[in-house]
Design a protein. Sequence first.
Length: 99
Amino acid sequence: MREETGLDIELRRFVLDVTLEVRCRDVTIPWRSLVFLADAVGGSLDIIDTHEIHALRVMTKEELLGEVERAMLRSGWGGFKYRAFLCRAFFDELDRREV
């Protein structure tokens, strides 16, 4: 399966199913995030979705749960706060399952 990062991936495990309502001005949008653990099996790291992705790089768990999480939470933007929550919940669930 081709991922939006240019990598070919193989799904290993379903990890999270998160639902919420996103409020934007006077509109409420039902939202659902399905999060998987996957292995890169081919392709090359490259931006495919140029509308949503400006740059990309590989990061460690420590980077994501450290400086990146702090920056997203400090941003004040709900989208980044949600991404910080998803990232933390993903790693918490992997730790709970001892993956």
